[in-house]
Design a protein around this ligand. Structure first.
Ligand code: SAM
Ligand code: SF4
Length: 328
């Protein structure tokens, strides 16, 4: 699949649920309304859709959410997709908040998953509870232990939050690198309706990087994981540190991905509202050629780039759907 700007689309992110057992302050409102279950694609439908994308050249699939591991029977889907590794699919990965990881780590590995991302913004139990509004840090840490024991490569994702975890970036990096895990820092993106003020949360990673450089030698490296992160090697720890900077650096030129939601809506760009309804096509019949044509039509609409503009007059984000719908 080649889009109008010559970009090769080989990466599909699949959000298998919009539900979550956390309510992270930058992602959701405290009283988040979730989709009625009837709106969701079944796991069989998700498998068929993923199969159609693999047939069209998708080589990497990342399962995300909401919290993917709270979707009932999600392991069935992961196992089915795992069987496609080597048969079109090169890699199957997962992004999780880690709360259920202790239970699922071994099954994920057995299904063919080799790398996972675990989101962890703080290692202070009280702050963790405050940022996630309900999470138990110990469960997540136990999940990370279980994942490493099961032989999964773990990368930690940390959203940089002004005044909240700024002082934890260095300890998080030293802890991650000490355990052989990469750390990626993420800037908050203005998506979804949350309760707090996003401008207050926003901490530019250019500032973080400048501060880190006062203490550490950061060498730019070419390492890429197929995502938008740019990596440096930290000389003092020997570990890798990634930066995802959607607001201070435009990463659209090399965008190779599209995002499927749990309702079968395909978003061609995280930072735009345009989408294609593949559920309707999927449910209209079993002809995969029609599905394939609908995917082609959607890819032909992939925009050049995003513009995360905050609608200041109404103090609302330009992208009203939450990150939990498209999975980041
Ligand atoms: N629940 C899983 C998790 O937290 O890892 C997967 C879905 S979550 C939406 C995927 C990633 O998006 C997480 O690393 C999370 O921190 C990040 N995220 C959520 N809302 C965000 C926002 N507004 N800006 C930047 N990153 C965000
Ligand atoms: Fe849930 Fe992940 Fe959003 Fe946090 S960031 S509320 S864990 S979906």
């Amino acid at each position: 699949m080649i889009d109008p700007f010559g970009r090769h689309i080989s990466y599909l992110r699949v959000s298998v649920t919009d539900r979550c057992d956390f309510r992270c302050i930058y992602c959701m409102a405290e009283q988040q309304t979730f989709l009625p279950r009837a709106e969701l694609l079944t796991l069989e439908e998700l498998e068929r859709l993923c199969g159609a994308f693999i047939a069209k050249g998708v080589e990497r699939i990342r399962i995300t959410g909401g919290e993917p591991l709270v979707r009932r029977n999600v392991i069935w889907l992961i196992e089915r997709l795992g069987k496609r590794i080597g048969d079109g699919l090169k890699e199957l990965t997962l992004t999780t908040n880690g709360s259920q990881l202790a239970r699922f780590a071994a099954a994920l590995r057995a299904a063919g998953v080799r790398r996972i991302n675990v989101s962890l913004d703080t290692r202070d139990p009280e702050k963790f509870h405050a940022v996630t509004r309900r999470g138990d840090l110990n469960k997540v840490l136990a999940g990370i232990d279980a994942a490493q024991e099961a032989g999964l490569e773990v990368k930690i994702n940390m959203v940089a939050l002004r005044g909240l975890n700024e002082d934890e970036i260095v300890p998080m990096m030293e802890w991650s690198h000490g355990r052989g895990m990469d750390l990626t820092l993420i800037e908050t993106m203005p998506m979804g309706e949350i309760d707090g003020d996003r401008v207050e949360q926003y901490l530019p990673l250019s500032v973080v990087r400048a501060r880190l450089q006062e203490r550490f030698a950061l060498d730019d490296i070419d390492f890429r994981t197929g995502g938008p992160a740019r990596y440096v090697r930290v000389r003092e720890t020997g570990g890798r540190l990634g930066f995802i900077t959607p607001l201070t650096h435009n990463f659209c030129e090399s965008c190779n991905r599209v995002r499927l939601t749990c309702t079968g809506t395909l978003y061609m760009c995280l930072g735009q509202n345009d989408a294609a309804d593949l559920r309707q096509v999927l449910r209209a019949g079993n002809d995969d050629r029609i599905l394939s044509a609908a995917i082609d039509e959607a890819i032909s609409r992939k925009p050049k780039g995003h513009d995360f503009i905050v609608d200041r007059r109404h103090n609302r984000p330009a992208i009203v759907r939450a990150m939990s719908l498209t999975g980041g």
